[in-house]
Design a protein around this ligand. Structure first.
Ligand SMILES: [Zn+2]
Length: 189
Protein backbone atom coordinates (compact mmCIF):
# COMPACT_ATOMS: atom_id res chain seq x y z
CA UNK A 1 0.00 0.00 0.00
CA UNK A 2 1.31 3.46 -0.77
CA UNK A 3 1.96 5.53 2.34
CA UNK A 4 0.02 8.44 0.94
CA UNK A 5 -3.21 8.50 -0.86
CA UNK A 6 -5.09 11.42 0.57
CA UNK A 7 -2.45 14.15 0.55
CA UNK A 8 -2.85 16.52 -2.33
CA UNK A 9 -0.37 19.24 -1.58
CA UNK A 10 0.02 21.57 -4.56
CA UNK A 11 -2.27 19.37 -6.61
CA UNK A 12 -4.89 22.01 -7.03
CA UNK A 13 -7.30 21.82 -9.95
CA UNK A 14 -6.37 23.82 -13.02
CA UNK A 15 -7.38 27.47 -13.01
CA UNK A 16 -10.62 27.87 -14.88
CA UNK A 17 -10.34 31.50 -15.89
CA UNK A 18 -7.99 30.83 -18.75
CA UNK A 19 -8.40 28.57 -21.77
CA UNK A 20 -6.98 25.07 -21.37
CA UNK A 21 -5.84 23.57 -24.62
CA UNK A 22 -6.66 19.94 -25.17
CA UNK A 23 -3.85 17.48 -24.80
CA UNK A 24 -3.02 15.35 -27.85
CA UNK A 25 -4.30 11.77 -27.53
CA UNK A 26 -1.74 9.69 -25.67
CA UNK A 27 -0.81 6.54 -27.65
CA UNK A 28 1.04 5.03 -24.66
CA UNK A 29 -0.43 2.90 -21.89
CA UNK A 30 0.31 2.82 -18.20
CA UNK A 31 2.47 -0.01 -16.89
CA UNK A 32 1.32 -2.60 -14.39
CA UNK A 33 4.55 -4.17 -13.13
CA UNK A 34 4.47 -7.12 -10.72
CA UNK A 35 4.19 -5.95 -7.11
CA UNK A 36 6.50 -8.79 -6.12
CA UNK A 37 9.65 -7.49 -7.76
CA UNK A 38 10.27 -3.99 -6.41
CA UNK A 39 13.38 -3.12 -8.36
CA UNK A 40 14.38 0.04 -10.21
CA UNK A 41 12.24 -0.87 -13.22
CA UNK A 42 9.21 -1.35 -10.95
CA UNK A 43 9.46 2.12 -9.44
CA UNK A 44 10.43 3.75 -12.73
CA UNK A 45 7.31 2.17 -14.25
CA UNK A 46 5.26 4.00 -11.62
CA UNK A 47 7.11 7.24 -12.44
CA UNK A 48 6.31 6.58 -16.12
CA UNK A 49 2.64 6.27 -15.18
CA UNK A 50 2.85 9.64 -13.44
CA UNK A 51 4.34 11.09 -16.64
CA UNK A 52 1.28 9.82 -18.53
CA UNK A 53 -0.89 11.65 -15.97
CA UNK A 54 1.02 14.81 -16.87
CA UNK A 55 0.42 14.20 -20.59
CA UNK A 56 -3.33 13.89 -19.98
CA UNK A 57 -3.27 17.34 -18.40
CA UNK A 58 -1.41 18.70 -21.42
CA UNK A 59 1.80 19.04 -19.44
CA UNK A 60 5.25 17.95 -20.59
CA UNK A 61 5.16 14.27 -19.53
CA UNK A 62 7.59 13.95 -16.63
CA UNK A 63 6.80 11.89 -13.55
CA UNK A 64 8.45 11.11 -10.23
CA UNK A 65 8.14 8.54 -7.46
CA UNK A 66 9.83 8.48 -4.07
CA UNK A 67 10.45 5.03 -2.66
CA UNK A 68 11.18 4.39 1.00
CA UNK A 69 11.53 0.88 2.46
CA UNK A 70 10.00 -0.65 -0.62
CA UNK A 71 6.87 1.51 -0.56
CA UNK A 72 5.77 4.62 -2.44
CA UNK A 73 6.16 7.59 -0.07
CA UNK A 74 5.49 10.34 -2.62
CA UNK A 75 4.59 10.81 -6.25
CA UNK A 76 4.12 13.67 -8.61
CA UNK A 77 3.93 14.79 -12.19
CA UNK A 78 4.81 18.00 -13.90
CA UNK A 79 2.07 20.59 -13.28
CA UNK A 80 3.77 23.85 -14.20
CA UNK A 81 1.01 24.89 -16.60
CA UNK A 82 -2.02 23.77 -14.62
CA UNK A 83 -0.73 25.21 -11.33
CA UNK A 84 0.76 28.26 -13.04
CA UNK A 85 3.85 27.58 -10.94
CA UNK A 86 7.40 27.28 -12.30
CA UNK A 87 8.35 25.18 -9.27
CA UNK A 88 5.60 22.57 -9.81
CA UNK A 89 8.04 20.00 -11.22
CA UNK A 90 7.27 16.33 -10.63
CA UNK A 91 10.20 15.94 -8.22
CA UNK A 92 9.27 18.96 -6.08
CA UNK A 93 5.67 17.78 -5.67
CA UNK A 94 6.85 14.27 -4.79
CA UNK A 95 9.39 15.59 -2.25
CA UNK A 96 6.77 17.74 -0.51
CA UNK A 97 4.40 14.78 -0.39
CA UNK A 98 7.01 12.29 0.90
CA UNK A 99 8.28 14.66 3.60
CA UNK A 100 4.73 15.21 4.81
CA UNK A 101 3.94 11.48 4.75
CA UNK A 102 7.12 10.45 6.53
CA UNK A 103 7.00 13.49 8.85
CA UNK A 104 10.66 14.15 8.18
CA UNK A 105 12.39 16.43 5.69
CA UNK A 106 15.45 14.18 5.79
CA UNK A 107 14.69 11.46 3.27
CA UNK A 108 17.91 9.57 3.92
CA UNK A 109 16.44 6.12 3.31
CA UNK A 110 14.57 7.16 0.20
CA UNK A 111 15.23 6.93 -3.52
CA UNK A 112 13.89 9.41 -6.05
CA UNK A 113 12.82 7.92 -9.39
CA UNK A 114 12.20 10.42 -12.16
CA UNK A 115 11.71 10.01 -15.89
CA UNK A 116 14.11 12.84 -16.80
CA UNK A 117 17.31 14.03 -15.14
CA UNK A 118 16.49 16.63 -12.48
CA UNK A 119 16.95 20.32 -13.37
CA UNK A 120 19.05 22.71 -11.22
CA UNK A 121 16.13 23.32 -8.83
CA UNK A 122 15.25 19.65 -8.41
CA UNK A 123 18.83 18.37 -8.19
CA UNK A 124 19.43 20.98 -5.47
CA UNK A 125 16.25 19.90 -3.69
CA UNK A 126 17.41 16.28 -3.95
CA UNK A 127 20.62 17.14 -2.12
CA UNK A 128 18.67 19.07 0.53
CA UNK A 129 16.32 16.10 0.93
CA UNK A 130 19.39 13.91 1.54
CA UNK A 131 18.17 11.13 -0.70
CA UNK A 132 20.12 7.91 -0.62
CA UNK A 133 19.82 7.56 -4.40
CA UNK A 134 18.45 9.29 -7.44
CA UNK A 135 17.47 7.15 -10.43
CA UNK A 136 16.51 8.79 -13.72
CA UNK A 137 15.66 7.58 -17.20
CA UNK A 138 16.77 10.28 -19.66
CA UNK A 139 19.87 12.44 -19.32
CA UNK A 140 19.47 16.15 -19.95
CA UNK A 141 22.60 17.70 -21.50
CA UNK A 142 21.10 21.20 -21.26
CA UNK A 143 19.81 21.40 -17.69
CA UNK A 144 20.59 18.11 -15.95
CA UNK A 145 22.09 18.48 -12.50
CA UNK A 146 23.43 14.96 -12.04
CA UNK A 147 26.05 14.71 -14.76
CA UNK A 148 24.08 15.78 -17.86
CA UNK A 149 25.07 19.45 -17.81
CA UNK A 150 26.89 19.52 -14.46
CA UNK A 151 26.88 17.55 -11.24
CA UNK A 152 25.71 19.03 -7.95
CA UNK A 153 27.44 16.13 -6.19
CA UNK A 154 30.75 17.68 -7.25
CA UNK A 155 30.19 21.08 -5.72
CA UNK A 156 32.81 21.79 -3.08
CA UNK A 157 31.47 22.06 0.44
CA UNK A 158 28.41 19.89 -0.10
CA UNK A 159 27.57 18.05 3.11
CA UNK A 160 25.69 15.30 1.32
CA UNK A 161 26.29 13.26 -1.80
CA UNK A 162 23.95 10.71 -3.24
CA UNK A 163 24.40 7.82 -5.60
CA UNK A 164 23.07 8.22 -9.11
CA UNK A 165 21.75 5.64 -11.55
CA UNK A 166 20.75 6.67 -15.04
CA UNK A 167 19.23 5.03 -18.08
CA UNK A 168 16.49 2.97 -16.39
CA UNK A 169 13.62 2.76 -18.95
CA UNK A 170 15.40 5.42 -20.97
CA UNK A 171 13.92 4.46 -24.32
CA UNK A 172 10.32 4.36 -23.07
CA UNK A 173 10.56 7.70 -21.27
CA UNK A 174 12.30 9.34 -24.25
CA UNK A 175 9.59 8.08 -26.61
CA UNK A 176 6.94 9.55 -24.33
CA UNK A 177 8.42 13.07 -24.30
CA UNK A 178 9.45 13.13 -27.96
CA UNK A 179 6.05 11.90 -29.13
CA UNK A 180 4.27 14.45 -26.92
CA UNK A 181 6.18 17.33 -28.52
CA UNK A 182 5.73 15.92 -32.03
CA UNK A 183 1.96 15.55 -31.62
CA UNK A 184 1.72 19.03 -30.06
CA UNK A 185 3.54 20.49 -33.08
CA UNK A 186 1.15 18.71 -35.44
CA UNK A 187 -1.98 19.92 -33.69
CA UNK A 188 -4.04 22.60 -35.42
CA UNK A 189 -4.07 25.85 -33.49
ZN1 LIG B 1 13.01 20.33 -11.94
Amino acid sequence: MPLVKSIHIHQTPPMTDRPIKNAPDCPFSKRFPSQLIRDDVFFMSLAYNEAINAWKQNEVPIGAIIECNGEVAGKGFNQVESNTDPTAHAEMLAITQASAALKDWRLTDATLYVTKEPCPMCSGASILSRFKRVVFAISDPKMGGFGGAYNVNDYPGMNHTLSIEKGVMEEECKQLIQTFFRLKRDMPN
